[in-house]
Design a protein around this ligand. Sequence first.
Ligand code: KG4
Ligand code: ZN
Length: 334
Amino acid sequence: MNVTILAIESSCDETSAAVIKNGSILSNVIATQKVHEKYGGVVPELASRAHQQQILPVVSEALEQASVSKFDLTAVAYTQGPGLLGALLVGSSFAKSLSLSLNIPLIAVNHMQAHILAHFIDDPKPTFPFLCLTVSGGHTQLVRVEEDLEMKILGETKDDAVGEAFDKAAKILGLGYPGGPLIDKYAKEGNPDKFEFAETSMPDLDYSFSGIKTSILYFLQKEMKKDQSFIDNNLNDLCASIQKSLISMLMEKLILAVKKEKVTEISIAGGVSANSGLRLALEKEGIQRRWNVYIPKFEYCTDNAAMIAMTAHFKYQQKDFASLSSVPMPRMPF
Ligand code: KG4
Ligand code: ZN
């Protein structure tokens, strides 16, 4: 029997829908909300409204691209959390009504698990057990993956996520939102050894990224007092140096985790895994330390419904279905 699942992602500022058939992704439509750009960050209420406007056209497009009718669907999946409550409500209400009206099972997916399971969309796939450094706008986690749906957090950030550190640093530099991709772009032309920032080291496998943000802010305030054009004249070198510090903090704990866990199947996931410096650093360490490294395709790094669909496929096989009374969970644990 064919298993065809429609998946919906609406946790933050991307409205996305994907169709997966027997484990293969047939479509993955992503509408990124532009409304937040002028505010320098995601405005939750505007995100919910934009999801409401976009969800129908995005779902229709996903079904059309996959050449699938809604009557062919075996199940419908949605992101239950973590994320913005109002944004999650749009996807969950839509998925529940579809499940009820078509009389098909509902599957509730954890967004952070889904980032990791995006590695099973294409080859090469990691073998179990593997480690994943999940780096997004809201989370920074070192995860040991025992089985497709069995994961344990080994360490995580105690304050800002690394994506947030990229975005806040970009804001201080006067760049747009989201700042991560812009820092990445300017860093390519800069000297990463030009400036140094205080890197915070936490015990064990945990992270902290709020200190480095303050260190960048104080450094720039001091330099701008002396020279008003300091940022303009040094933008590339500043971006390259900030990126180097953030990557070095990420890699230090990843190397420690590999030593502790004695696992050499290593992956990265989440929005910041699109960063060219981080991708390169992982490849280099992988060659030096004989790890097998797995880096997601760009379209599966930032938020997308294909990863929700892949996770739903695993959950369908375990008959792990949600009830119509399941609710969005803004702070959903694993
Ligand atoms: O996974 P994601 O799309 O959304 C969340 O679940 O949070 O991650 C978004 C984060 C943002 O902070 C964005 O600045 C960052 O990923 N990001 C990057 C790059 N592309 C996206 N950070 C650094 N370099 C990039 N190329
Ligand atoms: Zn995400």
